[in-house]
Design a binder for this molecule. Structure first.
Ligand code: APR
Ligand code: ZN
Length: 238
């Protein structure tokens, strides 16, 4: 059984992807039965898709909200929340996921670089902050409007848009002595570069997942297995 030792000086940066939510019953993106098998990115996850057919975009994200509301955190999420409790401000979690399973498992020191399913923001980018929005919309007419009149859109970073919190993420990677990457295929940038940035800073880099990611060669360790199965006993905190 693999063990990742974490010393009293170590600072840990964790990046998660859809794989950590797979055992909670949420589909990943690029598996045969994944989200991009049943939906076209160009139809539901680009600024042009939103311009062309906002109803279809809200239909896609409303269905993901409904699935997310039924899902529960799994032992992989819980293991990360417990590690955060042990390490405090020596722990930082960046997730590519838009579900709230990390928060519901107890994680607090985290950012959602691709946005959040249960939030919405003004389509006109008028500067107002994103708002909480858990609605399952059946019809575009139900979708609320910003005070400026703009229609609310999912607070999701569409392809072609800039990921969120990149300054904070880069600063935390610079400080990290250990990067743990869990359940992501390494298909999307800049997230797939994080392991290279960590290596350049001299950090240990560990991947956890059942299949080798595209950037597998950048990892000092690969722990093969499902997050919910291998993560509970994975960390030895000194
Ligand atoms: N435990 C850990 N990893 C798993 C599990 C599991 N139980 N099941 C599957 N995986 C792994 C797969 O091996 C795969 O490498 O999860 C990864 C999922 O890869 P993708 O479907 O590509 O999802 P992800 O890497 O998170 O996608 C990145 O792409 O579509 C965009 O914005 C979207 O955030 C997403 C980004
Ligand atoms: Zn507005």
């Amino acid at each position: 059984m693999a063990v990742i030792s974490i010393g009293s000086e170590d600072r840990v940066f964790v990046l998660t992807g859809a794989g950590i939510s797979a055992e909670s019953g949420l589909p990943t993106f690029r598996a045969e039965d994944g989200l991009w098998a049943g939906n076209r990115i160009e139809d539901v996850c680009t600024p042009e898709a939103w311009e062309r057919n906002p109803a279809l975009v809200w239909e896609f994200y409303s269905a993901r909200r409904a699935a997310g509301a039924k899902a529960e955190p799994n032992p992989g999420h819980v293991a990360l929340a417990e590690l955060e409790k042990r390490l405090g401000d020596r722990f930082f979690l960046c997730t590519q996921n838009v579900d709230d399973l990390h928060e519901r498992a107890g994680s607090r020191r985290l950012v959602h670089m691709h946005g959040e399913l249960n939030m919405a923001h003004c389509e006109l980018d008028c500067g107002r902050a994103p708002v909480e929005d858990r609605a399952i919309y059946r019809d575009l007419e139900e979708v609320g409007r910003c005070v400026c009149g703009g229609r609310l859109r999912p607070h999701i970073v569409f392809f072609g848009e800039i990921p969120l919190e990149m300054e904070r993420i880069q600063a935390e990677i610079k400080l990290a002595s250990l990067m743990l990457v869990v359940g992501t295929s390494g298909s999307v940038y800049p997230a797939a570069n994080f392991v290279h940035w960590a290596r350049m800073g001299g950090a240990r880099t560990v991947y956890v997942g059942p299949d080798a990611p595209l950037n597998a060669s950048a990892f000092t360790n690969v722990v093969e297995g499902k997050a919910g199965e291998v993560m509970p006993g994975l960390f030895l905190v000194q």
